[in-house]
Structures are given as C-alpha cells and as structure tokens.
Write a protein that binds this ligand. Structure first.
Ligand SMILES: [Zn+2]
Length: 520
C-alpha cells in the first residue's frame, strides 16, 4: 500500500524511521496530563489525535502498539485553581505534591486522585483504549529508580544542558531534584545542597520562600529513589521517555522548548528521544490559550449535548498545526462539515479512504454512518428559530417535508433535532435581539411581504430571487434588505438563504413572521 498523505500516516512514518527494527516490544504512544485541574477539551484532543496516529501506525506497519495516559500527579501545586469548590481549604497545602493535597470535592483520597478519576471516566466514556499511569505510583513503586539513579550519576551533564537555558539569577543552586521535605511534606520549598550518587541520595534544606508557601527550615539527606524525591518537570519528561522507551508523544506549541530540552536530556541518558509532534494551541472565545486552571472555553460534555462526538473528532482531526478555537460558536459549522463528509463518503474510492478524515475518526473507516439527506445543523437551528417551538415531533415533521430523504436516517435526524434544541436554548436564544425596523425598512419588508404573498412559486431558486427583485425595485442593496430581514424578523445578525428558508418553514409561516415583526 502506498503511504497515504493524511497527517497521522506522516507521523507514523516518522516513528517507523526512528525505531530500531530489531525491537520486539510494542510501540508506545504517550500522552501527558497535569492533574492540577479537571481534564478539559485539550486533554481529550491530545488523546484523540494520538489515537489517530496510533491507528495509522498499526495499519502501515502491522506492529502492536500501546497508549499510555500519564498523569503528573507528583507535581507540586503552585496556585489554587479557580474552578474548584473550597479553594481556601487547599491554600494551606500549596507547595505539596498534588497527591498529598486533600480533595476539595470531598470524594477522593486526594486532589489529584479526584482529577485522575475524572480523566479516566472521561476517556472511558468516549471509548479510548489506553493504560493509565500515575507518576506518584511510578515513583513509589520503583519503576523510575534506575533512571533516577542514572540521572543522579550524570547530574553534572544534566546541569550543563539545563543551566544555560535558565536566567542568570536562577542558575545558582538550581537542581533537577526536588526532595520531599520529611518534616513538612513540601516539594516546592526544598533546595538541594549536595549530591551523593554513590548512595542515590541528596542533601537538602527546606527554606524556600515563595508566594503561597514557605519552607519549614528542616534539613537532611534523603534517597532520590522510591518516591522520596522527584525531578523537575522537563527532566521528568526525559525520565519517563527514557524509562518507558516512549516512541511517540505530541504536545502543544507552548512546550516546544521543553520538548527540545527533554530530548537532549534523553540523549544524555543514552537513548533516542521519541518522535514528537508540536500542535497549535486551542483557543477560547477571546483567542487565549485554553487554560486548565481557569476552565474557560467549551467542554467535551457540552459539545456532546449539542452535537455528536464524532463531529468533535472530525473537527479535531483537521490540521493540528493550525490553531483552533474551541468555543460553542464553532459547533454548527463543525457539524455541517462532518455531515457533508458523511454524504461524500460512499463516493470516496476505496484506495483513497485512508487519506480521508472519516477513516481516522471511525478507527480505520469502520462503521461510518450513512447520511444522504440535505438537513444539517444550520437547517435545524433555523427551523427552531422560525417556529419558536421545542416540539421535537413537529420539527421532525417539517424536516421530513423539507427533504423526504431524511426518512431513511431517523436516528441522525432525531439526534440533530434533540441536540439542536439544546444548542438553541442554551446558546442562541439568550442572544436573540429583535430590532425595531425604521420607517424605510418597514416599507421595504412590507414590499417583500407583498411580493412573496403574490408569488405562487415553490422552486427554491425562484423564491430566492424575490428579495433581489424587491431590493432592485426599491434601489437598495440586496445585502441591506437581507440584514434588515435577519435582524428584524429573525432576531440575529446572519441567517439562511431566503429561498431555502421559505422552503423549509413554508410561505405562510414566513408571511406571518414578516407581518408580526415588521408590518403591524
Ligand atoms: Zn519542610
């Protein structure tokens, strides 16, 4: 099979090239998660996209693979996240590892325990196949010990890589190791004062003063093995790549320097770094990076309330090197693009299918649903807006009349109507603003009413020409007439094609709306 040009196959080829052909173990894909907050849509995206590459790699090489979702739950908490209850209760624990902080939600053994459980629940709900790995457990059960011992024996080489990347004033006394204070439990307040590679330990003092926490003054010597210390996160990344022989990991553009540094550190430890992909960031409604501690933007659960999960996967599949907004207003177009792809799928030649997004969204093109009707998300929300009804049966009846082919796809239609109603109620309705027309607009919309009433045409393209004729006769730009129609009659800035709208809701209903909003 020629290599398909879809990006997951390009990534797969990169992994294949880096990998030694003699290696017998399965190929390891890893994703990272920082459980200082609840998993968000970016976490989901990273797992989904890694899965796309994993499937492509299996298809191209026939080799077995695994996906490991790694949670950095041994990291210290530096600030209280904004989207959690009982933030005050956590404040006194700042500087401690996440697993040592009580669960502010009150249901799990720790804060990271809660977030880890949520992550697993979330990945399970969407059917991902993965192995969960907790950093804390890995440190405690000794899985990382061999790597930690090696790091300590090469600490001068590690410092030579890292120190030049730090600002001058931060270099003095900097250490890759963060021992946990045996007196107070802080991980962020300790400072290494000497290395003892011959006995796998470090000496430390607990005396850092930072905003939110300060050291207790204790000093001592602790082993770096068995979870008594961790390494700082760029070193940590290199450590887990080295220990688990990770073959592939993707990460956001904001981590590009960390990836470079961690890759150099893996080489210092004597192995090849994994193949990596840097993806562009997900942005919230104001164009800022989606932040897990603030929880801005759209959640996966929200998306699923509004639209099928496959439409989100389809959206996330598109060029990972382009920044993506993840906000509720991207949903309608994402769904319409997805439905359009479903319509085209039967005509995609079999040999080209693995280059098509749907092949990746549906795990190798398995069970791609059939959809051949013209009804899409915009049609449904336009209809809901026009009828002002939340009666699902009535809406379905209109849609069946609009396009008889919908009869063949009752499940798709039902889901579009049900989820479209949720979207309309939560996102469209609160923003509706019906503007009063001025005298000129009133006259113009009145003429549109007369012209539509006088016409017996049912052909969509002919109905579409009616507002153009009215505008021309009145000497106004058609776009101005459309804007008046949308803002005054539909209470929104943009709207559907006039011809399709009349066909969808019926001429009598449009006349009634014009009468009601613009004429009386
Ligand atoms: Zn201490």
């Amino acid at each position: 099979m020629a290599t398909p040009n879809a990006w997951p196959f390009v990534e797969a080829e990169q992994i294949r090239k880096l990998r030694s052909p003699s290696t017998a173990r399965s190929v390891l894909f890893q994703t990272g998660y920082g459980p200082s907050g609840l998993p968000h849509i970016g976490t989901f995206a990273e797992v989904a996209r890694t899965t796309f590459v994993q499937r492509a790699f299996e298809t191209a090489t026939g080799l077995p693979t695994r996906l490991q979702a790694y949670s950095d739950d041994m990291d210290g908490l530096r600030k209280v996240p904004l989207n959690i209850p009982n933030g005050d209760a956590i404040e006194t624990h700042l500087g401690k590892p996440l697993h040592a902080i009580p669960d502010p939600f009150g249901c799990c053994e720790s804060f990271s325990g809660h977030n880890n459980a949520k992550l697993r629940e979330f990945l399970d709900a969407y059917g991902f196949t993965y192995e969960f790995k907790s950093s804390t457990q890995a440190y405690r059960n000794g899985e990382l010990d061999e790597g930690l011992s090696l790091l300590l024996s090469k600490v001068d080489d590690v410092l030579n890589v890292i120190l030049p990347t730090l600002r001058e004033e931060n270099r003095e006394g900097w250490s890759p190791f963060f021992p946990i204070c045996t007196a107070c439990g802080s991980i962020n307040a300790t400072r290494v004062t000497a290395y003892h590679p011959e006995r796998d330990s470090v000496s430390y003092v607990c005396d850092r003063q930072e905003k939110g926490y300060s050291g207790c003054g204790a000093a001592g010597e602790v082993s770096v093995l068995g979870g008594n210390a961790k390494v700082g996160w760029k070193v940590d990344w290199a450590l887990r790549w080295w220990v688990y022989d990770v073959d592939y990991e993707m990460s956001g553009k904001d981590l590009i320097d960390s990836v470079k540094l961690s890759s150099r550190l893996v080489r210092v430890l004597g192995k090849q770094p994994p193949a990596v992909l840097t993806y562009e960031l997900f942005l919230d409604e104001e164009g800022r990076k989606i932040s897990k501690s603030i929880g801005k933007g759209l959640s996966v659960d929200h998306w699923v309330d509004f639209a099928p999960i496959e439409s989100l996967l389809f959206y996330l599949y598109q060029n990972p090197k382009r920044a993506k907004r993840l906000y509720w207003d991207v949903v309608p177009k994402a769904v319409d693009d997805y439905l359009e792809a479903l319509r085209c799928w039967p005509d995609v030649p079999v040999e080209e299918r693995s280059s098509h997004p749907l092949w990746h969204v549906f795990g190798g093109g398995q069970n791609v649903p059939e959809y051949g009707a013209s009804v899409d998300f915009s049609v449904v929300t336009n209809l809901i807006a026009a009828l002002g009804s939340d009666n699902e049966e009535l809406l379905m009846e209109y849609l069946r009349r609009y396009d008889a082919r919908t009869e063949q796809y009752p499940d798709v239609l039902q889901s579009l109507v049900h989820k479209g109603l949720t979207y309309y109620r939560e996102q469209v309705l609160p923003g509706k603003l019906y503007r009063e027309p001025n005298a000129d607009e009133r006259a113009l919309l009145n003429r549109l009413h007369e012209a539509l009433a006088a016409s017996d045409e049912t052909e969509e393209s002919v109905v579409q020409s009616i507002p153009f004729d009215v505008a021309r006769e009145a000497g106004v730009e058609p776009k101005d007439l459309f804007r008046s129609f949308y803002e005054v009659v539909l209470g929104q800035e943009r709207g559907p094609r006039f011809g399709s709208f009349v066909t969808l809701v019926g001429k009598e209903k449009v006349l009634e709306m014009l009468q009601d909003k613009a004429i009386n």
